[in-house]
Write a protein that binds this ligand. Structure first.
Ligand code: KIV
Ligand code: NA
Length: 278
């Protein structure tokens, strides 16, 4: 398949072809996602939740993002790989932000970075884009600011919230972002934003009118047992149950000595073995 690019994504928006995005955090899952035909892979800092077992994405470090991004990019040929800039790695000076973006790109070998925020980070997005790095924006419910927002709340329910979201989207477009993740935003406002900007919107819990959709690997495959059910997630498989059942059967067969069977077992030539040890 042809390699995905920012220009192709822009064309997909104009042609009305939806963009499919899924997260991946390691070689094997990334390989499976590419084989499944996904357009874009996001190495999300949601790995803090689903891989590391943290309460939020805040503890994830730049070194950890680099480590996971390396594993993913090693597996990928056609999909476009975007990697998350972790909490507080793009909020200091422009020099510090550029340094951190440079490390993720150069060491992780991703094609673009994602940053949470709108108007307040537009100057940073502008500087990173001017340095030649494609930036994906992320507005609405931005998990790195969950403690400021006060919880995982739906955005764009009121006029004030809707106006702020629209300002954020336009500021990111203006700053040169190539796409924007729109998270936990009402259907109506996500549609308005999608119509108002020329760059693709990628929704998660933001309705069907976005130019693409993104889901967390562990959510769409029901890999992790959900701490709380998410209305915006659809389960396309139940690999958590498959894994649990497979391991339970293995444990039972070890205990009953029905594994390993003859077909899994190696045998010595007894005469030869006799020579060696006799
Ligand atoms: O970290 C992540 O997985 C994300 C997506 C949910 C957009 O940022
Ligand atoms: Na993220």
């Amino acid at each position: 398949p042809k390699k995905m690019s920012t220009t192709r994504m822009r064309k997909m928006k104009t042609d009305g072809v939806p963009i499919s995005v899924v997260t991946a955090y390691d070689y094997t899952s990334a390989k499976l996602a590419e084989e499944a035909g996904v357009d874009v892979i996001l190495v999300g800092d949601s790995l803090g939740n689903v891989v590391q077992g943290q309460e939020s994405t805040l503890p994830v470090t730049l070194d950890e993002m680099i480590y996971h991004t390396k594993m993913v990019t090693r597996a990928i040929s056609a999909p476009f790989v975007v990697s998350d800039m972790p909490f507080m790695t793009y909020h200091g000076s422009i020099d510090q932000s550029l340094h951190n973006v440079g490390r993720l790109m150069r060491e992780g070998l991703c094609k673009a970075v994602k940053m949470e925020g709108g108007t307040e980070i537009a100057h940073t997005v502008d500087a990173v884009v001017k340095a030649g790095v494609p930036v994906m924006g992320h507005i609405g419910l931005t998990p790195q600011s969950v403690y400021q927002i006060g919880g995982y709340k739906i955005q764009g329910k009121t006029g004030v919230s809707a106006r702020k979201l629209m300002d954020d989207a336009k500021a990111l477009e203006q700053a040169g972002a190539f796409a924007i993740v729109v998270e936990l935003v009402t259907d109506e406002i996500a549609e308005e934003i999608t119509k108002a900007v020329s760059i693709p919107t990628i929704g998660i819990g933001a309705g069907v009118h976005c130019d693409g959709q993104v889901l967390v690997f562990h959510d769409l495959l029901q890999y992790a047992s959900p701490v709380f059910p998410k209305k915006f997630v659809k389960a396309y498989a139940n690999i958590g149950d498959s894994i649990r059942n497979g391991i339970a059967q293995y444990v039972q067969e070890v205990k009953s000595r029905s594994f390993p069977a003859q077909e899994h077992t190696f045998h010595a030539d007894l005469e030869l073995a006799g020579h060696l040890y006799g």
